[in-house]
Design a binder for this molecule. Structure first.
Ligand code: NAG
Length: 116
């Protein structure tokens, strides 16, 4: 019960302190979830590991449940990631179809994150 209360408190706190730096999801979460896909998105292998697809599936779930602001943040993470991680955008876009995911989740590292 106390545990539930804590979660509720944290959610409320997260809701009232909505600024990009205090968002519910941060880039580390996003990166952590797709790290297992790194060999695939860098075109070093054409097979996808279960860990990678689980991560993408998880990200899809988080993204679906997320507020528009958090979705924008996820989008922004890919955009920022692209600057120092030499992945191939086409391969990142292929991930949801390749796994394949149960949900229809799209990742586009070249997307304009200012668009809802
Ligand atoms: C991945 O690598 C293969 C072999 O080197 C190449 O033929 C293919 O075009 C590459 N794919 C992408 C999306 O860059």
């Amino acid at each position: 019960m106390r545990c539930t209360l804590w979660v509720v408190t944290l959610v409320v706190l997260a809701l009232i302190t909505t600024s990009p730096t205090n968002a519910f999801i941060d880039c580390n979460d996003v990166i952590g979830r797709i790290l297992e896909c790194s060999r695939f998105v860098m075109n070093q292998t054409n097979t996808l590991s279960k860990e990678c697809c689980d991560g993408v599936e998880d990200l899809a779930r988080v993204s679906e449940a997320a507020s528009q602001m958090d979705r924008q943040l996820i989008c922004d993470c890919f955009w920022r990631l692209a600057r120092f991680w030499p992945f191939d955008s086409d391969l990142v876009r292929d991930l949801p179809d390749m796994c394949p995911l149960k949900s229809d989740f799209a990742i586009d590292p070249d997307a304009d994150c200012t668009q809802p």
